[in-house]
Design a protein around this ligand. Structure first.
Ligand code: GAL
Length: 687
C-alpha cells in the first residue's frame, strides 16, 4: 500500500474542534472554504474525552467532529488518539509513565511519553484503536489513519523494569545464548562477563553511562538498547495498526515522523507504514538545504514513493527559545519545496490556535480572533488557491535521482556513543555537508538506507560509514566496478554490527575498494583547522579540514588532496581509486564546504549530473516524474520541474526546458528568460 492517490495535493491539517463551541466551528469552516482547505486531521489528542475512565468509552465529541467534517465534504485523516494519555491512566497504572535516564519514574504529565513496554499501555492503546477503527471505518472521505503522534518523546527511551525485562527478552532472541552476547559486547573488557540474563541492566546513568546518554562503557550494549527501544515503540504502532486492519483492509495507515530524529530508526519502521509522513519545523530561518535533505530522507523510507508533510506551521512555532515568524512568501516557498521533493499532502499544525496551555501562541491557520485578513491567513489562502490550480499534476510522481546518499541510524548512534577520536563530530552534520555539496550542484538525490538497492545509481555517497552491515562493502565495490562513483569519508570501515573493531587495517572491508590504509586519526578542537589543497580537474582548490584529520597511506589510490600543516603536512587527506570502470573516493578529513562542493562538482560532472541552474546560488531545481497520467496508459513520462528561489535577491535564468507554467497557465519556451524574485516558485510541466 502507498499514499492515497488523490485528485490534488491534500491541504489542511490538525483540527481540534473538541476544544471549541459550535459557533466557532461555523467560523472555522467558512474560513476553510476561503483557504481551500480540503483535509482535516481529527482526534489526535482526544483520549481523555473518548475514554473518561477505564470502563467507559464516549464517542460523542469525536462523532460530532467527524460528522461535521463529512457534511462539509472534507477528507479526513483520523487519529487513534494515543499520543497523549488521560490522567486516570497514569494515576491508576504508574507503569505507563516512563522511567528516565537517571532512573526516576515519572508521574502523569505532558504527552508522547508512555512506556513502550507497559502491558497496560499496550492493551489499552490497542483497545482504543480498535474501537475507533470499528466505529469510523467506512466514513466518507476517510483518507488515512494516523496512529499515535510523533512516537519517541524527548529521547525516545524508558528505563523501567518492564523495559529491562523486554530488553533481556529481545537480547535473548537476538543472540540465542549469553555466550554470543558476551562475544558481541566484548564483555571480557572490565570484567563484565554475564552468566545470567537477569544480570543485564538497561544502560543508563545508574549503570554503564556517565556524562549522559552518549558516554557508555559498552557501545554494544547501548547500541542494542537503542535498537530495542526503537522496536519497542514500533511494536506500539503495530499493536494499533493491527486493530485498524481488523476492521479496515483498505485505508492507508501511517504516523507522523520527525525527520532526522535520532532516537528512532525510521528505516526499521518504514516497512510497517503504508506511507511516510513527517512534521516539518526547521530550526532557524534559512534552513532550506536541511529541509531538502529531510524531505529526501522521508521519501527514501518507502523506496521513493510520495510522502506527506503531516505538519508545518503557517507562521511561528512555540517550543523554541526564539520563535521568528515566517517571512512573507516563505510559507509558500517551503511548502512548494516539500511538494517538489515528493510530498503529496501539505498539512498544518494547526487549524485554530488553542486558547490555553503551552501552544496557545503557536502559529495557526486561524488565530484567537479567527481573522481571515491577517498576513498568515492570506498566505495560507494563496497557497490553497495555487494547489487547486495545480490539481493532480504531480500526485504519485517520483524523483528521478541518480545520486544516492546513505544514511544509517546504527552509524548515527554508534559514532556518537563511541569514545576516542572526537566528540565534536556530529553524524548529521557530516551527512548534511555532503548533501549540501550535491544540492549546490543541483543534482537530484535519494537519501537511502544501507540496505537499499544501489544498482540504479551513478553516484553513491556513504559519508562516515563507520559501522558496516551485511554485504555493503561488496555492493559499494560493485557500484564502482560497473562505472559508478562511490565516496566515503573519515572513520569509515571500522566496526561490525556490534561496534567491535575489524581486526585488520582501516578502512577494513572497504580498503580494497578505496585503495588506502588509514594509519592514524588526528583530531582537533572546534575552530582549529588544517589547510587542504585539492588537485581537481578545475585546478587547485584551497580548502580546510576541521575536527578530523586522518593520516592515509595510499595502497593504489591517487592522492587528490594534501594537508598543509602539522607533522603530516604534504600527506594525503583525500584520495581517489580506480575500480573497474569507476572510482572510489575517500575524504579522510572533516572537509569544509568549499572542499566538499568542489569534489562533488567534479564527481557529478563526470556523470553528467550537474543541475541546469547549478550556477545560480540558492536557486533550487527539483524534478518529479510519472508515467502516462496525461494520456492514461500511453507510457509517456510526464516530468514536472520546480524552480525555487531561496536566495535574498531576484535571479534571471534561461529556462532549461519548455512547457507549461502550472501556476499561471502560461507557455514557457526553452531558453526563455525566467525571473524569480526571492521566495518565487515556478512549476513547469515539461512539453
Ligand atoms: C508537533 C506535534 C503537534 C504540535 C506541534 C507544534 O511536534 O505533533 O502536536 O505540538 O509539534 O509545533
Amino acid at each position: 500500500m502507498r499514499a492515497p492517490r488523490t485528485s490534488k495535493i491534500l491541504y489542511g491539517g490538525d483540527y481540534n474542534p473538541e476544544q471549541w463551541s459550535a459557533e466557532i466551528w461555523d467560523v472555522d469552516y467558512a474560513a476553510f472554504e476561503l483557504a481551500r482547505i480540503d483535509t482535516l486531521t481529527l482526534g489526535v489528542f482526544t483520549w481523555s474525552l473518548l475514554q473518561p475512565d477505564e470502563e467507559t468509552y464516549d464517542f460523542t465529541a469525536l462523532d460530532a467532529a467527524v460528522q461535521r467534517a463529512v457534511t462539509e465534504g472534507k477528507q479526513i485523516v483520523l487519529a487513534t488518539a494515543t499520543g497523549g494519555m488521560p490522567p486516570w491512566l497514569g494515576k491508576t497504572y504508574p507503569e505507563v509513565n516512563r522511567t528516565d535516564f537517571e532512573g526516576r519514574r515519572h508521574v502523569y504529565g505532558q504527552r508522547h511519553n508512555h512506556c513502550p513496554s507497559s502491558p497496560v499501555f499496550r492493551r489499552l492503546s490497542a483497545a482504543l484503536a480498535d474501537r475507533i477503527a470499528q466505529r469510523y471505518t467506512g466514513t466518507p472521505g476517510l483518507v488515512a489513519w494516523h496512529v499515535g503522534n510523533e512516537y519517541g518523546g524527548p529521547d525516545g527511551s524508558c528505563y523501567c523494569q518492564n523495559c529491562a525485562a523486554g530488553y533481556r527478552e529481545w537480547l535473548a532472541q537476538r543472540y540465542g545464548s549469553l555466550e554470543a552476547l558476551n562475544e558481541a559486547w566484548n564483555t571480557t573488557f572490565w570484567s563484565h562477563r554475564y552468566s545470567a540474563w537477569d544480570q543485564i541492566e538497561v544502560p543508563n546513568a545508574l549503570s554503564e553511562h556517565w556524562r549522559g546518554p552518549n558516554h557508555t562503557a559498552f557501545q554494544g550494549n547501548t547500541l542494542d538498547f537503542r535498537r530495542f527501544m526503537s522496536e519497542a515503540l514500533l511494536r506500539n504502532f503495530r499493536d494499533e495498526k493491527e486493530r485498524i486492519r481488523a476492521h479496515d483492509a483498505d485505508t492507508p495507515v501511517t504516523t507522523n515522523f520527525m525527520g532526522a530524529f535520532r532516537p528512532i530508526d525510521y528505516h526499521r519502521w518504514s516497512e510497517h507504514l503504508d506511507f511516510a509522513t513527517w512534521d516539518n519545523y526547521p530550526p532557524g530561518r534559512d534552513k532550506h538545504v536541511r529541509m531538502a535533505f529531510t524531505h529526501d530522507l522521508m521519501r527514501g523510507l518507502k523506496g521513493g514513493e510520495p510522502f506527506w508533510v503531516m505538519e508545518q506551521t503557517p507562521t511561528i512555532t512555540a517550543s523554541r527559545d526564539v520563535n521568528p515568524v515566517k517571512r512573507p512568501g516563505v510559507l509558500g516557498l517551503w511548502s512548494w519545496q516539500g511538494i517538489a521533493h515528493g510530498a503529496d499532502a501539505m498539512l498544518y499544525f494547526q487549524m485554530r490556535a488553542s486558547r490555553g496551555a503551552c501552544e496557545k501562541y503557536h502559529g495557526a491557520v486561524l488565530d484567537h480572533a479567527g481573522r481571515t485578513d491577517s498576513r498568515p491567513f492570506r498566505e495560507v489562502a494563496a497557497l490553497g488557491e495555487q494547489l487547486e490550480q495545480l490539481g493532480d499534476a504531480v500526485v504519485g510522481a517520483r524523483t528521478p535521482a541518480k545520486v544516492a546518499l546513505i544514511v544509517d541510524w546504527d552509524n548515527w548512534w554508534t559514532t556518537e556513543i563511541t569514545d576516542g577520536f572526537n566528540r565534536h563530530v556530529s553524524y548529521l552534520a557530516t551527512v548534511l555537508g555532503y548533501y549540501d555539496a550535491v544540492w549546490n550542484a543541483g543534482a537530484q538525490v535519494d537519501v537511502v538506507p544501507m540496505t537499499a538497492d544501489l544498482t540504479t545509481y551513478d553516484v553513491v555517497l556513504a559519508p562516515q560509514l563507520h559501522l558496516l552491515k551485511g554485504d555493503i562493502a561488496d555492493r559499494l565495490h560493485a557500484v564502482a566496478q560497473r562505472g559508478g562513483t562511490v565516496l566515503t569519508s573519515f572513520w569509515a570501515g571500522r566496526v561490525d554490527e556490534s561496534a567491535n573493531a575489524f581486526l585488520m587495517d582501516a578502512p577494513g572491508p572497504l580498503a580494497p575498494t578505496l585503495g588506502i590504509r588509514v594509519e592514524e586519526i588526528d583530531s582537533a578542537g572546534p575552530g582549529e583547522t588544517n589547510p587542504v589543497t585539492l588537485a581537481l580537474e578545475e585546478g587547485s582548490v584551497d580548502a580546510a579540514a576541521a575536527l578530523v584529520m586522518e593520516l592515509i597511506v595510499p595502497t593504489g589510490a591517487e592522492v587528490i588532496g594534501t594537508y598543509g600543516a602539522d607533522f603530516y603536512a604534504g600527506t594525503p587527506a583525500v584520495t581517489k581509486n580506480t575500480v573497474g570502470a569507476g572510482q572510489a573516493w575517500y575524504v579522510g578529513a572533516g572537509l569544509d564546504a568549499i572542499g566538499l562542493r568542489a569534489i562533488l562538482r567534479q564527481v557529478l560532472a563526470g556523470h553528467g549530473l550537474i543541475g541546469p541552474y547549478a550556477g545560480t546560488p540558492d536557486l533550487e531545481h527539483a524534478v518529479r516524474e510519472r508515467v502516462g497520467a496525461r494520456n492514461e496508459g500511453d507510457g509517456e513520462i510526464e516530468r514536472v520541474h520546480f524552480l525555487l528561489n531561496h536566495g535574498g535577491v531576484p535571479v534571471r535564468v534561461p529556462a532549461h526546458v519548455g512547457g507549461q507554467n502550472l501556476l499561471t497557465g502560461a507557455e514557457i519556451h526553452a531558453g526563455e528568460s525566467l525571473v524569480l524574485d526571492p521566495t518565487d516558485v515556478v512549476v513547469i510541466l515539461e512539453a
